[in-house]
Design a protein around this ligand. Sequence first.
Ligand code: PLP
Length: 365
Amino acid sequence: MYLHTVNATTALSTFDGSGGGTDQLASGWNTGGGIIPHGPLPLPPSATVLNYGQGLFEGLKAFRREDGKIVIFRPYKNAERCRSGCTRLLIPPVPDDVFVSAVKQCVRANAQYVPPYRQGALYLRPLVFGSGAKLGVSASDEFTLCVWCSPVGNYFGGGGKGGVEDVPPITLLASNVYRRSCEGGVGGTKFIGNYAAVFKCQSETKMKGFNEALFLDANTGRGIEEAGASNFFAVLEKGGKKTLVTPGLDKGTILPGVTRDTVIRVAREVLGITVEERRLSLDELGSCVEAFCCGTGASLTPVGEVVEEIGEGEEKKYKCWRGERKAGEITRRIYDVIQGIMWGDGEEEIEEKYGEWVEVVEPEE
Ligand code: PLP
C-alpha cells in the first residue's frame, strides 16, 4: 500500500482573513512528497496536530466499474469542504486541484486494492494537519496533506448488488447527555477533535444496545442534528403529502455531507420529491413514515426507530416506518438512482446529466 503526501510551508503571519491573504497561503502548497510506502510519518512531538489538534480529514471512495474503469465520486465536493475546514482551523486552504490530484495519485498507486465491481470500494482518507514544531499555543507554520486508503466492504451490509431494502434498519439513540456541536463551533467541519469528542457517547450508545447516536442541538436539546458520522433524513407525512426533511446547515453545527447534497439533488431534480432543509424537531417524528442516515461510509441506511432518553431508564420511542420494517419507497428510489450514478449502471439519461459527479482515474496522467 502507498500513501501520498503533499507539504506546505507557509508563513501564517500573512493570513489576514481577506481573499488575498487566503490565496497567498494556498499558493504555499506544493506537490513535493509524492507517493511513499504506507507507514509511519515523521512528526516532531511538538507538532501542532499532536498538541493542539490542528487537523482535519476527509473521506471519499473510489469504485471499480463493470468495464474496469476506476472512478472517484464527487471529489471536488470534498475538496471544497476541506478548504472551508482549513480556513476555520487557520490551516492554509488546500487548492482543489492539489487535493484532487493527491487523491487520484493515491488511487493510482493502490489500483490493485480497488475491489471488484459492486463488491466494495477503496476508501480514501485525506488528512491535513499542522506538522510543524510549536511550543506556544498557536497555529503551525508547516502543514502536510497526506492521503491514505483502505479497501472496504459495504457498511451496514448495504451498497452491494442487492438494494437498500436488504439493509437492516438501525436504531438511533438520541442522547440527553452529550452534545456534538454548538453554534460558532467547529461541528460543520471535519475537525479531527469532533470525532474523539463523541467516542464516549458512541461507546455508551452501543453498550446500551443501539446502533448509533443521534445528536441533538446544544441550544434546545430538541432539534435533530446528525447521527454518528452520517446525516439524517426523515420523510414526514401530513395530509397525505410526503416531504423529505433534513436539518439545515445554516447554524454551522452540522457537517455538510457530500451524500447529503447528493440525496437532496437527486430527490429534487430526478425524482421531483419536495425537500426541506430546516430545523427538524424530535417531536415531528410522530409523523415520520421513513428515515435514513447517509454518508460516504454508510451510503443510505434505513432507520427503524429513534429512541429518546428522557431520564434515568426512561425512554420515548419514535417509529420511523410504516407497513414493513425496512427501507421505505422514497429511500429506495433515491438509493437506486445514486447507486446507478456511482457504478455507471443506471439510466443513461440520468448518467449523462450527472456524469460530471464522477472523476475517472486514468492509469497514467
Ligand atoms: N456527518 C459527519 C459527522 C461525518 O463524519 C460524515 C462523514 O464522514 C457525514 C456526516 C457524511 O458526510 P459525507 O456524505 O460527505 O460522507
